[in-house]
Design a protein around this ligand. Structure first.
Ligand SMILES: [Zn+2]
Length: 262
């Protein structure tokens, strides 16, 4: 298929694709603050780009990006749009169910926002009971695994060097590197200070907002971002996504169905 973007083709061509295939790609992200240097669309713009590149390489149909997500923890920063988790997961579920109505039983969600992950996973578990198999591809975890030395921990945090580098590689005109801050969240946070070790080690979960730990919206080091680093992440994550799609394509739905009673 020449054009693999659902929103750019007509229903007749959509029918041709949907009747002979069993898999589609769905990018989801957020519209939320990413510091003074990055656009609010960072998460959904990155997800869209990754999904569309993989779509071209695999000939798998790609849906338009879902631009809003679970972002209330960023709401104190102007322009952030925040959807409750249950509404978001219900909305995405119905996108998947529409596809299921046309016979698509495998959906690869390309997620651009960490705040969406648990809602997406809950939804995927729910849909598996209805014989729709949804996987959630997380680009930054993939990058951390495949390029462990490209960024430090501080450079992989929210709106820091890694995300800023992705923006530089994809749309540098939207990035203001002269405003890119380096933020030591330990200094800003008072109530987290005593608990920071446990929080970092994931032993303690707290309902904190980003306003509790940063004044600029960035947590970590962003001044070291480069377009070259972003291009490396882009290349390796698209390749990994392509491999995942090719693998999932081959899986028999019978193997992906939930197990019966023991
Ligand atoms: Zn982000």
């Amino acid at each position: 298929m020449k054009n693999t973007l659902l929103h750019e083709i007509n229903w007749v061509d959509a029918k041709k694709y949907l009747t002979k295939s069993n898999i589609v790609l769905l990018p989801v992200g957020s519209t939320e603050q990413h510091g003074p240097q990055n656009p609010l669309g960072t998460d959904h713009l990155i997800a869209k780009e990754l999904a569309e590149r993989a779509s071209k390489k695999t000939n798998v149909l790609c849906l338009p990006v879902v631009p809003f997500g679970v972002s209330s923890h960023h709401r104190q920063f102007w322009g952030t749009i925040f959807i409750p988790s249950r509404v978001f997961s219900e909305y995405v579920k119905h996108v998947c169910l529409s596809l299921s109505y046309y016979g698509i039983k495998k959906v690869v969600i390309v997620n651009g926002h960490g705040g969406n992950t648990s809602a997406l996973l809950d939804m995927a578990k729910e849909l598996r009971k209805q014989d729709v198999f949804v996987t959630v591809f997380i680009w930054w975890k993939t990058a951390e695994m495949l390029l462990p030395n490209l960024f430090t921990i501080e450079e992989r945090k929210h709106a820091s060097a890694e995300e800023t580098s992705m923006n530089l590689a994809l749309h540098s005109h939207l990035v203001a590197m002269d405003k890119a801050p380096d933020v030591d969240t330990k200094e800003v946070s008072s109530f987290l200070k005593s608990m920071i070790k446990e929080v970092r080690g994931n032993a303690l979960a707290l309902p904190f907002d980003f306003a509790d730990i940063t004044k600029s919206g960035v947590s970590g080091k962003s001044s070291t971002a480069t377009s070259d680093a972003g291009k490396k992440v882009l290349e390796i994550t698209v390749d990994a996504l392509v491999r995942h799609i090719e693998q999932l394509k081959e899986f028999d739905m019978k193997e992906l169905e939930p197990k019966p009673h023991m």
